[in-house]
Design a protein around this ligand. Structure first.
Ligand code: PEP
Ligand code: MG
Length: 949
């Protein structure tokens, strides 16, 4: 690429002016865009510049030398800009300009990529800085940090394995031993100077090169290392976990250094405008006097609270007396009241401006406050809901905006079990830490992230226990039920990442002692070994001995309010897939508006039913089958009564038998022998029948409506059981709306044949009982052919339900049962962007769904259409179903709230897109409201009745 063609590669910010602004996140990354915006609204930010994400992408294709050539002049201008504002000079002996070099992608990826601080220091600059500040200790401390960080990030001097110590930390430990001190802060300036010498020696030994003294060489090394870190293993993993595309790249922010370690009037900290764990509207955060940024999050020193209120709460949790708190851990509000006030005003300004909870980094350098970063704060799911609802109450957000602020998938965290009150009362609390990320977790102790991965793959439930966590532990954190750390505060790596993942986390449980080598955790006098069970309460910070029973959560408070709001703003309804009264009740409590799929096959497995079922399968003729089906009828009827009662007043779609019959017979010798005995036939007869049922490809074999069409008596029995159950409940005054669903239809004739069987049976029952109820007969659309001829199928079917599990299987030609062999590889290699069995493939399967819906409605304009495949509870698929114009989605009970929110978001996004007035019907009324839908449904019913007549 020639230089002429390159758009602006460097954006300046400083002195309350900026080239960029908050809207430019794609180009400047989140950090760069926000630094620019902060300048624009008058927040004190050290000057600097942002190298765009486009350059990162170019770097990945053109390489280092070409990229340096392209951006060299602009970067040099950027440094001049910083020098001018700060009155310093890059590499100058007397007044050196020091900078930080940080990554910053579009989406925040905390701790995943690299940062370098104090860049520009060398043996000359050190003297200049000492002369300027008169603070020898601070300068040598900064220098040793710089060499250490640069050595690690740019020169690759990391620990060789997880058991090895960091090569620089090893040198520090040795020095502390020699000097007989315990803390880094007890090392003298001369010791720190000696550390720099030893660090540089170590660098020379490993890299065979001198540590670079030239600041420009340092700068280019750091910029390229940040670009490289976009492709490091943990960043790649984080991107996969959070669906962040590789093409985005990272920006690089070069910014004048300000120092929180310049003595007792300097400090550094991290703050949140609201509580990231609970959502409470309380400014909070942690700081340390005389420290640099990473000290706060690294968990090496115990950080202090920013507000007095927060400090008092912390002391209570940490069992620290008020006297001790005041003496050793006072809040910023108490130690630096006027700076605290300035910080409080600034956080308020930033939150009001961004209209979202902010996560801030600040530094106080010799009594002056600087903001280094602001971004939308990561938060636990409970906090996400509460903040959205509070901001709605505070009129900071509209209802639509509040609904869009909650990620539907994250609601899953709030639907996880919580500890049973009785069990928790009896539990033995062994330690207490900070309630870093809420929830309840029970699991076996594991100390290393890679082992956690292995054990989790074996199906073990684990608690990852670490002294503190680092980005290397990400995979282990991801598979663990919960995370426990001995060190670190509410803003430690463990706390921030766990909240982002929705994992329960207790951090900074100071009383536990962890020995990685011995693989033990000691609390008081008790030793816990790897594999022992412990439990965590991320809401209270308590750690318990052993396994603790859990129970289902409830939809109340802010969550309940959010759900009500979602229903007001959605067009599509949410039903559930349930085949027991218990599941139906759970789903109802979560707001399901009916059952969209009641699979009947599970009902045939329990107790005596399986015997009757096998009798039916083994029968040689229709008479034999009918005899066995007679035994099954009362059981089926009572099953349906239970489910209809649980779903009273709401529709229930019952699917007739679907799976191949071989699934109901035993395949192992011993079980076959038992079956022969039970049935009073020979083992050979059983074996013959099982062999007869063998199919080469059962998924495409004798299943679905093919069963009911070859053995109509099965469909008859099921239709009778459904209608008799409904009539029985009618007598008791319970309203039911059965919808009988034919599975796996591929031709109109198949559907019609089943329809006739069902309607004839129903009419017989009506006549016998001299009573009737309203019911529908419809079909699943699971075979591509059915979608293609949906207009014809709709001649017979009164409703469609897309079975996208089978439809995906048959459209892709991927077996649902065997895809595990190649899908993970396809996802890993990027051949597929997502698993089509989880996220509906809009391009292919989606086309069939859209076409099926449209064609079905050519024949029946008000055809009721839904989805009952796994996709019905996945947010992006729910959005797609909305755009297709479905009446409802149906999903498992625990995904009902997720689907309700996703349905609301789909309508809100649609309305935002179609500018006001565009999508109105003839009478000027807005399409898409619930009222309009109800009207449509009424019309549909009328039309259906007319048709039947
Ligand atoms: C489907 O195929 O999408 C469906 C819901 O049916 P099943 O998963 O029972 O085959
Ligand atoms: Mg199916």
């Amino acid at each position: 690429m020639s230089k002429e063609k390159l758009s602006k590669s460097v954006y300046l910010f400083g002195d309350r002016k900026a080239d960029g602004d908050a809207s430019m996140k794609n180009l400047l990354g989140g950090k760069g865009a926000n630094l620019a915006e902060m300048n624009r609204i008058g927040v004190p930010v050290p000057p600097g510049f942002t190298i765009t994400t486009e350059i990162c992408t170019l770097y990945n294709t053109l390489g280092r030398e070409k990229v340096i050539e392209l951006i060299k002049d602009d970067v040099e201008d950027g440094i001049r800009f910083i020098e001018k504002i700060m009155g310093t000079s890059f590499g100058d002996k007397n007044n050196p300009c020091l900078v930080s070099v940080r990554s910053g992608s579009r989406a925040s990826m905390p701790g995943m990529m690299d940062t370098i601080l104090n860049l520009g220091l060398n043996d000359d600059a050190v003297q200049g800085l000492i002369n300027k500040t008169g603070n020898e200790r601070f300068v040598w401390d900064s220098y040793r940090r710089f060499v250490q960080m640069y050595g690690d990030v740019v020169l690759g001097m990391k620990p060789a394995s997880k058991e090895d110590v960091d090569p620089f930390e090893e040198i520090i430990e040795k020095m502390k031993e020699e000097k007989k001190v315990e803390l880094d802060t007890e090392l003298s300036p001369a010791d720190l100077k000696e550390l720099v010498t030893r660090f540089k020696k170590a660098v020379k030994k490993v890299t065979k090169k001198d540590f670079p003294d030239d600041p420009w060489e340092q700068l280019w090394g750091a910029v390229m290392a940040v670009f490289d870190s976009w492709m490091n293993e943990r960043a790649i993993f984080y991107r996969k976990l959070n669906n962040i595309p590789e093409e985005w790249g990272t920006a690089v922010n070069v910014q004048a250094m300000v120092f929180g370690n310049m003595g007792l009037t300097s400090a550094t900290g991290v703050a949140f405008t609201r509580d990231a764990a609970t959502g409470e509207n309380l400014f909070n955060g942690e700081y340390l006097i005389n420290a640099q940024g990473e000290d706060v999050v690294a968990g090496i020193r115990t950080p202090q609270q920013i507000t007095k209120e927060g400090s008092i709460r912390w002391a209570k949790l940490a069992s620290v007396t008020e006297k001790e708190r005041k003496a050793n851990f006072p809040s910023l509000q108490e130690t630096m009241p006027s700076l605290y006030n300035e910080l409080f005003e600034t956080q308020h300004k930033l939150e009001s401006h961004s209209r979202d909870m902010q996560d801030l980094e600040f530094t106080i350098q010799e009594g002056k406050l600087w903001l280094l970063q602001t971004r939308n704060g990561k938060r636990a799911a409970a906090a996400m809901v509460r903040i959205a609802m509070d901001m709605l109450d505070e009129k900071m957000l509209t209802a639509e905006e509040a609904l869009l602020r909650v990620e539907p998938q994250r609601l899953d965290e709030l639907l996880h079990p919580v500890f049973h009150q009785d069990a928790i009362k009896k539990a033995n609390v062994i330690a207490k830490g900070l309630p870093a990320s809420p929830g309840a977790a029970t699991g076996q102790i594991v100390f290393h992230a890679d082992e956690a991965e292995k054990l989790a793959a074996e199906g073990k439930k684990l608690i990852l226990v670490r002294i503190e966590t680092s980005p290397e532990d990400l995979k282990g954190m991801n598979v663990a039920e919960g995370i426990l750390t001995a060190r670190g505060g509410m803003t430690s790596h463990a706390a921030v990442v766990a909240r982002g993942m929705g994992k329960c986390c207790v951090s900074g449980a100071g009383s536990i002692r962890i020995d990685y080598k011995a693989r033990t955790m000691v609390v008081d006098t008790i030793t816990f070994k790897e594999g022992d069970w412990i439990s965590l309460n991320g809401t209270s910070g308590e750690v318990y001995e052993g396994k603790i029973a859990t129970k289902d959560p409830e939809l109340s408070g802010d969550f309940g309010k959010l759900m009500e709001l979602a229903d007001k703003h959605s067009r599509m309804l949410v039903r559930t897939n349930a085949d027991t009264p218990h599941d139906a009740q759970v789903a109802r409590a979560f707001g399901a508006k009916g059952i969209g799929l009641c699979r009947t096959e599970h009902m045939f497995f329990e107790g005596v039913r399986i015997k009757a079922m096998r009798e039916m399968i083994l029968a040689n003729d229709e008479t034999g089958r009918r005899k066995a089906l007679e035994k099954l009828l009362p059981m089926q009827r009572s099953d349906f009564e239970g489910i209809f009662e649980a779903m009273h007043d709401l529709p229930v779609t019952v699917r007739l038998l679907d799976p191949p019959l071989h699934e109901f017979v035993p395949h192992e010798d011993a079980n076959q022998k038992d079956m022969a005995k039970e049935m009073g036939i020979t083992l050979a007869e059983v074996k013959n029948k099982v062999n007869d049922l063998h199919e080469f490809n059962p998924m495409l074999g004798h299943r679905g409506c093919r069963l009911g069409n070859t053995y109509p008596e099965i469909s008859e029995m099921q239709a009778r059981a459904i209608i008799e159950a409904a009539l029985n409940l009618k007598v008791k005054g319970i309203k039911t709306f059965p919808e009988i669903m034919i599975p796996l239809t591929g031709t109109l004739e198949e559907m019609k044949y089943q329809e006739t069987i069902v309607r004839d049976t129903v009419n017989k029952v009506f006549a016998e009982r001299n009573d009737s109820i309203e019911y529908l007969v419809g079909t699943m659309i699971e075979i591509p052919r059915a979608a293609l001829i949906a207009d014809r199928i709709a001649e017979s079917a009164e409703f469609f339900s897309f079975g996208t599990n089978d439809l995906t299987q048959m459209t892709f030609g991927y077996s649902r049962d065997d895809a595990g062999k190649f899908l993970p590889v396809y996802l890993d290699k990027g051949i597929l962007k997502s698993d089509p069995f989880q996220v509906l493939d809009r391009e292919g399967v989606g086309q069939l769904v859209r076409m099926g819906t449209e064609r079905g409605r050519i024949t029946r304009p008000y055809l009721k259409v839904g989805i009952c495949g796994e996709h019905g509870g996945e947010p992006s698929s729910v959005e797609f179903c909305h755009t297709v114009g479905m009446n409802y989605v149906s999903c498992s009970p625990y995904r009902v709230p997720i689907a309700r929110l996703a349905a609301a978001q789909a309508l809100i996004k649609e309305e935002a897109l179609s500018k006001a007035g565009k999508k109105t019907d003839k009478k000027g009324k807005k399409k898409g409201t619930k009222k309009a839908l109800k009207k449509m449904e009424k019309k549909a019913k009328k039309a259906e009745k007319k048709k039947k007549r």
